[in-house]
Design a protein around this ligand. Structure first.
Ligand code: MOS
Length: 709
């Protein structure tokens, strides 16, 4: 039977979410719950000379105030076990490394009283001048990069002789591209409830993209056997990378709850989140491309700079994507990192790749104009069937098909080939395109399937759904394999008591988890020795047996030595520019993607649309800065941090080539969570160039840049 996979199925969790019955981490009702409010530093660098908690402790309803002088016990992390967003443990000393760093936790019997107590903590600082401006920071070669598959990768490449070849190339492009600090800004703030049922057993309700990894980390830090920590992460209201690994507030909450022996909730306020739960660093990239007159690249030099905190080495690995995208006999890629007094940056949707593709795909457009070659043609000439750093062939690529289908749908060939040649309603009109690509990651997972006498089945895994549609594709996989309707499948995810479901990072949940679900379903059918699930359920009914149940695991294997797995696509953008007021409005969008077999046409298209919308934010609006005096982020909520609303977004047409990649896994599926955002800002800047003749190399492209360039 093959009718479920590929269909458009509405989210299984959709109704619960829109009717408010889905319970998010902070919403669990636990008797005797108490509330913590974070106290955060108001200087960006220095130390705490004195901290006076007496008034806070006397406030009505106050239960405790934790500072570095009475920090609750946390064990030093074992670096083979714990994975943290920020290496320094909370409240570990009197040092302040960035504005907004957690320096205390006030606990009370209600949230309002906890907040009041937090405001009553008096702090005297010994401040130092912070470094919060990128042009004053000191850059050094970046360390190895912890990729979204959570292995370390060396990102620098140096082949051939870039300097000589660039100097003698027929055509050369050299340009500097910048991006701004960006926030994840998920709808659901970071929130945690920790409930110690006994001195050696804790349940942690927290949105996390990596359930079992987080379980191991908490166990390590709290000095417990792993199985004495239970993580519950049933629903996540958006994560985008910032909920990958535990942050200091989470660790502090777990440790304080143990000391107080009461269930404790900590919600990070929207304002606090702009400082201490991660962001994407600003970047500065220099691209040098040398090409022959026919467009063939002879040399690529791509250097990138990003900023990290004093507490974590996290480079924004912009150059990681370049050797996958294009080939050139001479290639030099390097990455530099500088420390500033800012919160720790972290993974954010297509970390590295998103700003990397902005620079690379802008530079390719500049090269296409200077050579007078169609930008699609330039990409076809230079794309490669072999990953230039991994030296492995790509599996099921179909990039050329993406370009071809997109160009046709969009009407690319009909565009005028001059800048400033199209107008509509008194505005300039521009068309632009860019490529997109993202690696195919896959991890080890397990799933348990239970078939019941009533003809329904229950699928269980600790893997989670951060809003991407995992509940639905897991149900579809089981429905297809068992041959029963999707609505007869109940899916339980996001609980560490269930089999390890891997991580929802690097767009890998579907490719990792659905193969295990498929195997577990097949094992159930084998166990029943039945032709169909229906027949097996019938057997159960007659025999009085409760269920057929099987657990299966799936993991990547030797295919990783034979292929480079990567998804591909192209974006096409039409926009209008009102030069008088600097306003850019996107009017049409076409994205064509090949990400292997598509399991759920509806939620997959939504993932791409979400990526494009986030990319439009990156291109035109999203921007965080630090106040040069205080070091505080000058954006502090969803009003000061601008991102797109419905009025900013046109219809987004998404087409999948859908060519299965059975080299990658038995489902033939690669990830779709991140590929949508890559290349979006370049497609927009390229269209703005076509509309106006102005090449803008700094994001976001706010009205002032349109007016002044
Ligand atoms: Mo990642 S940025 O959590 O897929």
């Amino acid at each position: 039977m093959n009718q479920v996979i590929g269909a458009s199925v509405s989210r299984k969790d959709g109704q619960a979410k829109v009717t408010g019955t889905a319970i998010y981490s902070a919403e669990h009702q636990i008797p005797d719950l108490i509330y913590g409010c974070l106290v955060t530093a108001t200087i960006a660098s220095g130390r705490i000379r004195a901290i006076d908690t007496r008034e806070a402790e006397q406030a009505s309803g106050a239960i405790a105030v934790f500072t570095h002088r009475n920090a609750p016990q946390v064990f030093n992390p074992n670096e083979n076990i714990s994975r943290l967003s920020e290496s320094r443990l909370p409240l570990s000393d009197d040092r302040v490394h960035y504005a907004g760093q957690i320096i205390g936790l006030a606990v009370a019997d209600t949230f309002e009283r906890a907040r009041e107590a937090a405001h009553l903590v008096r702090v005297e600082y010994e401040p130092q001048a912070p470094i919060v401006e990128a042009n004053k920071a000191t850059y050094v070669p970046a360390p190895q990069w912890l990729g979204e598959d959570l292995t370390y990768e060396q990102i620098d490449v140096n082949t051939g002789n870039v300097t000589t070849v660039l100097a003698s190339a027929a055509t050369q492009i050299e340009a500097v591209y910048t991006t701004s600090m960006e926030l994840h800004a998920p709808m659901e703030p970071h929130a945690i409830i920790t409930h110690w049922q006994s001195p050696d057993m804790v349940t942690i309700y927290e949105p996390t993209q990596a359930v079992l990894m987080s379980q191991r980390t908490y166990a390590d830090l709290l000095g417990l056997p792993t199985e004495r920590v239970r993580i519950v992460s049933t629903y996540i209201g958006g994560a985008f990378g910032c909920k990958f690994l535990p942050w200091p507030h989470s660790i502090l909450c777990a440790a304080a709850a143990r000391e107080l022996n009461r269930p404790l909730k900590v919600v990070v306020s929207r304002r606090q989140m702009t400082a201490n739960t991660g962001h994407r660093s600003e970047t500065e990239q220099t691209l040098r491309l040398g090409a022959l007159a026919d467009g063939k690249l002879q040399a690529i030099e791509h250097t990138a700079k990003s900023i990290t905190s004093p507490l974590e080495d996290f480079p924004e690995a912009c150059t990681i994507i370049t050797p996958a995208m294009y080939a050139a006999p001479n290639m030099r890629l390097s990455q530099e990192l500088a420390v500033m007094n800012v919160g720790s940056p972290t993974f954010m949707r297509a970390p590295g790749e998103c700003p990397g593709m902005w620079a690379l795909e802008s530079a390719m457009d500049e090269l296409a104009w200077s050579l007078n070659i169609d930008p699609i043609q330039l990409r076809l000439i230079n794309q490669t069937d072999q990953h230039q750093r991994k030296n492995l062939p790509f599996s099921a690529k179909y990039f050329a098909e993406c370009l071809e289908v997109g160009a046709k749908q969009f009407g690319w060939q009909d565009r005028p080939l001059q800048v400033r040649s199209l107008t509509r309603d008194g505005k300039l009109v521009g068309l632009g395109m860019a490529s997109t690509t993202f690696p195919g990651y896959r991890g080890s997972t397990s799933a348990k399937v239970r078939l019941l006498p009533d003809g329904t089945a229950h699928v269980m895994s600790a893997g989670n759904d951060m809003g991407t549609g995992a509940y639905t594709v897991v149900a579809m996989t089981a429905a297809e394999t068992l041959g029963i309707a999707v609505d007869k499948i109940r899916v339980e995810l996001g609980d560490s008591t269930l089999p390890d479901g891997g991580v929802a990072g690097g767009s890998q949940m579907t490719a990792s988890l659905t193969p295990a679900v498929k195997l577990a379903c097949e094992a159930v059918l084998r166990q029943a020795q039945a032709q169909s699930a229906q027949q097996a359920s019938e057997q159960l009914k007659q025999s009085g047996r409760a269920a057929f149940e099987a657990t299966a695991s799936a993991a990547p294997g030797e295919e990783l030595e034979k292929f480079a797995f990567q998804s591909w696509g192209a974006h096409f953008c039409e926009l209008t520019v009102d030069e008088a007021i600097g306003r850019v409005q996107i009017t049409r969008w076409v994205s064509v993607i090949n990400a292997g077999r598509i399991l759920n046409a509806k939620t997959a298209a939504s993932q791409i649309r979400g990526g494009v919308i986030m990319g439009i934010g990156t291109a035109l609006m999203e921007e965080g800065h630090f106040d040069p005096n205080t070091g505080y982020p000058v954006v502090y909520d969803l009003a000061t941090y601008h991102y797109p609303t419905h009025a900013d977004i046109p219809r987004i047409d998404v087409t999948f080539i859908g060519e299965p990649d059975f080299n990658f896994n038995p489902m033939g599926v690669r990830g779709i969570g991140e590929i949508g955002i890559n290349g979006v800002s370049a497609a927009i800047a390229n269209a703005i160039y076509h509309a106006t003749g102005k090449r803008i190399r700094s994001l976001p492209i706010t009205p002032d840049k349109i007016i002044s360039v």
